[in-house]
Design a protein around this ligand. Structure first.
Ligand SMILES: [Zn+2]
Length: 693
């Protein structure tokens, strides 16, 4: 999800602009002048899809390529968006499942779900789980995430019924009820259910349930269980739920927990990775196959993970959509009678062939080209930078304004952009979309554990989002300003709910984590850093790596030791703080001046810093302090008195969270400077704290 840091950064930018007198960012103006196609966009349009492609299959089944867009543009999507294709090549898109498994397919779901009129889901599900370990497994664990929206849940306790500034509607809660659970032969397992709360012992939390299997699953063997369940969709405020006739079904079905084998993420012994649904945490699951039938009233258009392999036929006022996905670790869908749809094929180096499908709230029908351009450009860059996008579809859902909480979320091959609130939004439209698409790589394919090391997803995605915005739209990152906001640095390898507040979670997992990556980039150079990111993706795609795996890649590619850096910034959770602690200048015996300067480095790992000395006669001297020790005393002899000293004047040290002490005038007594420092800091806090994000 992206919103927190975006709003936060925006808030910070405003604060910084007010306080420091810098120019405002002016997104709207930037949008007018900068949303132009890249120079390489003048390419030939895509060739018509060839036989055996999703495009032709859908067409032969009578799939409308584009539904009427009320008040929207009128030319077919294919024609107009073809001009925006970065390095497009007409590659057929396979309609059949991949013949080679890309992931260790541990789970296999066969689900039939029916959307009822009263915003309830009624479903049956067959789950086959393969034991990937070397020990027999006696119990299965299922996440029952919709119970996060039931009174007393840990999620509601921790979040206060609010996520990213959107509040729960009183009385519009949700939940999931497992009404049947049997073995393949029909033996009921329901009496064996026991709700577990491994994180907080909150007995009212029913988001994780365990049951003993009649027979242990031997290593390499599988077990199949059948279940029926009903879901009451909450009024959407936190990712899933309904608003009017819009439905976002995310984390909606009983999903088996992830089972980690020995060695995965440094685990000594294999076992389940068990956590409840928390206020700050997202998700973590094993890869596998999903085959899902979605039965909806006939006026609904359904978007879902994977590809639609059969065109629905209306019967008795209903339609059944059928989707299939493999090598994914989750399945979500969304439905609305109002979606304005468009789709197009895209391929490039790194994108073997993908069908991009838009499901837009009518308010954003006119933004179709922007969405399509952003999706194609992001995929092209991601494929080029990191490696192939291995799926044949990418669906983009834009929720209506009253379903804001469903926006800005990633699911395998399906993302939701920011809700359509504004007729002509600024760059937040593109920023949110490219952020969620970047998640396809770090959340979707690499599949980090978002319970325990969320930065491996959100920080990597935020870092990539910045690169995408710069590469596609020329929007410069705001790194120097962001570091100022780090008020509460905490370790990056930390269970998400242990950050305490949602602010602390966002500040570390999104922002400080991203700055850690930028600090690595500052040290290695951009070229080596892109090799690091690519190597990490290639080596750990479909593998659930941990922070140490990333450190090993950084060390192998850069051929340097990064132990101190990772200890300080990742595991101890520090920020850097360089400061000019004192400056004294006085006349010496020879008619000149002698100055004493004390520089300090508190926290962080050893790092060189530029120091600027300016003298009263206007002369300046730049020196580099190696930053190996925690402080250094410098003595200078000069013709003119020292005026001021600044450390890191070019803001190269991206993790320095306290910049107000990086500058000190020789005349200003320390007591007064300290007072000023605190006041300014509080003012920023007050401004940022007063804004919703
Ligand atoms: Zn995100």
């Amino acid at each position: 999800m992206p919103q927190r840091p975006i709003y936060r950064i925006a808030a910070l930018a405003v604060a910084a602009a007010v306080l420091l007198g810098t120019a405002s960012f002016g997104f709207d103006a930037a949008w007018q002048s900068q949303f132009t196609l890249p120079a390489y966009a003048a390419q030939e349009p895509l060739a018509a899809t060839s036989p055996g492609t999703i495009g032709s299959a859908a067409a032969s089944a009578g799939s409308p390529v584009k539904s009427p867009a009320p008040g929207g543009a009128t030319a077919p999507a294919d024609q107009r968006s073809a001009a925006a294709l970065p390095q497009a090549q007409p590659t057929p898109i396979p309609v059949q499942p991949q013949s080679v498994a890309l992931s260790n397919r541990i789970v296999d779901y066969d689900i039939a779900v029916k959307l009822l009129d009263d915003n309830q889901l009624e479903a049956s599900q067959t789950l086959t789980w393969k034991n990937p370990g070397r020990k027999p497994v006696t119990d299965l664990y299922l996440h029952l995430y919709p119970n996060a929206f039931a009174p007393g849940s840990t999620f509601l306790n921790e979040s206060g019924g609010e996520l990213r500034g959107v509040k729960m509607t009183p009385g519009k809660d949700g939940g999931i009820d497992l009404t049947e659970l049997t073995t393949e032969s029909g033996e009921t397992l329901l009496p064996r259910l026991r709700y577990v709360q491994p994180d907080d012992g909150n007995v009212r939390d029913r988001t994780l349930v365990a049951f003993r299997l009649p027979k242990a699953v031997a290593p390499g063997q599988s077990v199949t269980v059948r279940m029926k369940f009903t879901v009451k969709l909450p009024q959407v405020f936190a990712r899933m739920g309904q608003a009017g006739d819009f439905v976002m079904a995310g984390q909606w079905f009983p999903k088996v927990a992830a089972y980690e084998t020995a060695g995965v993420r440094g685990r000594a012994a294999e076992g389940w990775d068990l956590h409840q649904y928390h206020g700050n945490s997202e998700f973590y699951s094993d890869f596998g196959i999903y085959s899902v039938k979605i039965d909806v009233p006939e006026d609904r258009v359904v978007a879902a993970t994977g590809f639609q392999y059969k065109q629905p036929v209306a019967k008795n006022g209903r339609k059944v959509y059928q989707f299939y996905a493999e090598d994914v670790h989750d399945f979500s869908w969304s439905a609305s009678p109002k979606f304005v749809t468009a789709e197009d094929s895209f391929s490039s180096a790194g994108v073997p062939g993908v069908r991009i499908k838009l499901y837009l709230d009518p308010q954003h029908a006119k933004q179709e080209e922007r969405y399509m351009h952003a999706a194609k450009s992001a995929l092209a860059k991601l494929g080029e930078w990191y490696g192939d996008y291995p799926y044949t579809t990418l669906s983009v859902v834009i929720p209506p304004s009253d379903a804001e909480g469903a926006g800005g979320m990633e699911y395998p091959t399906l993302v939701t952009g920011a809700a359509a609130k504004d007729d002509n939004p600024g760059y937040e439209l593109e920023r949110t979309l490219v952020h969620e698409i970047a998640h396809q790589y770090w959340y979707g394919i690499v599949a980090s554990n978002e319970f325990e090391e969320a930065w491996l997803d959100e920080a990597f995605t935020s870092y990539t989002e910045e690169k995408l915005m710069a590469a596609i739209y020329g929007v410069a990152p705001r790194t120097a300003i962001e570091s100022l906001y780090m008020t509460n640095p905490q370790p990056l390898k930390l269970d998400s709910w242990d950050y305490g507040s949602s602010n602390a979670y966002a500040e570390n997992v999104y922002m400080r984590g991203k700055l850690v990556l930028k600090a690595i980039e500052a040290k290695t150079g951009e070229k080596t850093m892109s090799k690091i990111m690519r190597t990490y993706f290639q080596k750990y795609r479909f593998k659930h790596p941990d922070s140490q795996a990333f450190q090993r890649v950084v060390e192998a590619v850069s051929k340097e030791d990064w132990k101190d850096f990772f200890q300080a910034y990742v595991y101890r959770g520090e920020s850097a703080d360089f400061a000019v602690a004192s400056v004294r200048t006085e006349p010496d015996d020879e008619g000149g001046y002698q100055s004493n300067v004390l520089l300090t480095r508190t926290q962080g790992s050893p790092q060189a810093a530029t120091v600027l000395f300016r003298f009263k006669d206007g002369k300046t001297v730049r020196k580099t302090w190696d930053g190996i020790q925690s402080h250094i005393q410098i003595r200078l002899q000069s013709a003119a008195p020292l005026d001021y000293v600044a450390i890191d004047p070019m803001l190269d040290i991206v993790l320095d969270h306290s910049r107000f002490d990086n500058y000190l005038k020789a005349e200003v007594p320390k007591r007064q400077r300290t007072k000023f420092d605190v006041t300014l800091g509080q003012l920023i806090d007050a401004i940022v704290g007063g804004m919703a994000w």
